[in-house]
Ligand binder design. Structure first.
Ligand code: HPA
Length: 276
């Protein structure tokens, strides 16, 4: 198929030769969330440096490797370390993990990230299920012009909210706004984003979700609110907050991810949630 860079098939081939099979789902682990990779059983670990087409990854808190193994009785492909557009990678590169997962036959995708809270009701440590995306003013899908960005995941988010509630995990929901970064936003930008309808802001995820949609997977984004965005609270922002917020809700987030990937009642694998 021509929707991939040739490197994608080559990377999939390398992975198959190392024992990576068809994943039930794939997950991209955001800043500070890499620990999940350690909870995968019997995992095959492949550093990105061994994968054709993969750039070096440069964000602290990640091992820059792919982990394949079991979560419950599901086969899961976890990407610890992602590529950001602000690091200089074109969007075509930032979606490589999604494409490689698809090339291996995967039909479901979870994408996690650290994000700044814009909604006044949000607190640091909140887990936000992404029910819609704003990605203006830049186009974050590498796809052809004919592709419509149409992540709108209300029903899946409803079902995951029920699943989380049954397990006693509090989640919230909202619209994720993609901002290029690498700097945090100005106060005026955050005010504008709130008026536009954004609940949280981050520098990743939109392109990956759009690519998963284009490749006809079911997909869900989850934001860990690591800080309140510029001007929402009086405190100054710095990167260490991300690590703190991640450790604050780490247990819940890991439990939530495990639930969504492997619970018998998870909606993630229902064919009706695949985009097509
Ligand atoms: N803005 C943009 N990206 C982020 C933020 C933020 O406040 N927090 C974590 N990622």
């Amino acid at each position: 198929m021509e929707w991939f860079d040739p490197a994608v098939e080559k990377a999939a081939e390398v992975l198959r030769s190392k024992g990576v099979g068809k994943p039930d789902a794939s997950i991209i682990l955001g800043s500070g969330l890499g620990k999940f990779a350690g909870t995968i059983n019997d995992s095959v670990v492949v550093p990105y440096s061994e994968l054709p087409g993969f750039p070096e990854t440069g964000v602290a808190g990640h091992d820059g490797a792919l982990h394949f193994g079991k979560v419950g009785n599901r086969s899961i492909l976890a990407w610890s370390g992602r590529f950001h557009h602000y690091e200089g990678y074109p969007f075509e590169r930032t979606v490589l993990p999604v494409q490689v997962a698809a090339a291996l036959g995967c039909r479901a995708m979870l994408v996690t990230n650290a994000a700044g809270g814009i909604n006044f009701r949000f607190r640091v440590g909140d887990l936000m299920l992404i029910d819609d995306i704003i990605s203006l003013p830049v186009r974050v899908s590498p796809a052809t012009r004919r592709f419509r960005q149409r992540y709108a995941n209300d029903t899946l988010v409803n079902e995951v909210t029920h699943l989380a509630a049954k397990a006693g995990i509090a989640v919230t929901r909202g619209t994720y706004l993609y901002a290029k970064g690498p700097t945090y936003e100005t106060k005026a930008e955050i005010r504008a984003f709130r008026i536009m309808g954004a609940d949280a802001v981050g520098m990743s995820t939109a392109a990956e979700l759009n690519e998963a949609i284009r490749l006809e997977m079911s997909c869900l984004g989850i934001s860990l609110i690591t800080n309140l965005a510029t001007g929402v609270s009086k405190e100054k922002l710095d990167h260490s907050e991300i690590a703190e917020a991640a450790s604050l809700r780490e247990k819940d987030l890991l439990a939530l991810i495990t639930l969504i990937l492997s619970d018998p009642d998870t909606p993630l694998y229902k064919p009706e949630y695949r985009f097509r």
